[in-house]
Design a protein around this ligand. Structure first.
Ligand SMILES: [Zn+2]
Length: 322
């Protein structure tokens, strides 16, 4: 019986599928203690990989660059008002991020915008604040970063940031800034990947960072613990499509960082198709594991199924919300 799959409460996902080193052959349900250890291992894995990972700079229009290699994809706008960062990456990447920022130009870091509260977008907040950045975010981001935050589907408790790492300024729906000659518009999505997600649009450049509402070429994580849902992800994708044109540069939270409307449309269509498949199976009365076994994602797995959120995990996330 030791190797037989074990039914566990909702939050205990199969974390062995998330670990890069684990193979599907060894995949089985974990005890809560094992799941916790595995989740902690996953966070360590992300941090360890960030510590050694070089930062790749993708230069875009109007003094905007994208930095890839430390947690979520970051954006940087530079100019006489200093560097404006969108997301902070992982703290252990400080040396590599500092080198990348220096390569972009000599301007000081003056602003940091957090697209949502997750650690792979905010872990660098404290050092960036010490380096001179004023931190701006949606109000729920500060709320979640201020206390112990539990992510049920990772079975993991994230510790609060020290006060120096918390956003200095928060807003509820929208916030506008004029920096380096650029008009920045920060807009709350409502409930999407979490309930703290915002887009950051650079008006004149026609560039938008859409946070973790878009994982380019990979299945997304959806954080139900803090207000995320599959329907919210689809609504956010529709809002992103409405707000962009074929010439807009779209920066994705994860996956290939520099994207466009065509890839965003494919991602949205994938979410809708899998949601329909899973909802139809659930309506027939099938259990979550029966739905996973029916492979409702199979038409998309070759493209989207090769990252940390594998087909089974993504199916479970969708099942939870339909
Ligand atoms: Zn996230």
């Amino acid at each position: 019986m030791l190797n037989a799959p074990r039914r566990l409460p909702r939050r205990h996902f199969c974390f062995c599928c998330l670990g890069a080193a684990a193979s599907a052959a060894t995949c089985e349900w974990l005890t809560p203690q094992q799941a916790f250890a595995e989740a902690r291992g996953l966070v360590s894995l992300i941090k360890d990989s960030a510590a050694t990972s070089p930062i790749v700079i993708h230069k875009q229009r109007n003094n905007i660059s994208v930095l890839e290699g430390s947690g979520g994809n970051m954006a940087v706008l530079t100019g006489s008002d200093g560097k404006v960062l969108v997301d902070a990456g992982i703290a252990v990447s400080r040396r590599h991020i500092s080198a990348a920022l220096a390569a972009i130009g000599p301007e000081p870091i003056t602003h940091l915008i957090n697209t949502h509260w997750h650690f792979d977008h905010t872990d660098g907040n404290t050092w960036l604040h010490q380096a001179g950045a004023k931190i701006i975010a949606q109000e729920n981001t500060r709320k979640y970063l201020s206390k112990v935050q539990r992510v049920e589907d990772w079975d993991y408790n994230f510790l609060p940031l020290s006060s120096g790492g918390l956003p200095d300024e928060v807003f509820t729906h929208e916030h506008s800034l004029k920096l380096n000659g650029a008009s920045l518009r920060l807009k709350h999505y409502g409930n999407a990947h979490t309930d703290s997600d915002i887009s950051v649009a650079f008006g004149e450049a026609d560039v938008v960072h859409v946070a973790d509402t878009f994982w380019n070429g990979v299945y997304p994580f959806i954080d139900y613990s803090t207000g995320g849902s599959i329907d919210g992800m689809i609504a956010a994708s529709d809002a992103n499509l409405e707000a962009t044109t074929d010439s807009t540069i779209i920066i994705a939270g994860h996956g290939r960082p520099v994207s466009n409307k065509a890839e965003l449309k494919n991602f949205r269509d994938m979410l809708v198709a899998i949601r329909e498949n899973v909802a139809a199976l659930k309506k027939q009365g099938r259990s979550r594991e029966e739905v996973v076994a029916a492979k409702p994602t199979s038409a998309f797995d070759a493209i989207y199924g090769n990252f940390v959120v594998d087909p089974g995990f993504f199916t479970r996330l969708v099942y939870e919300g339909v």
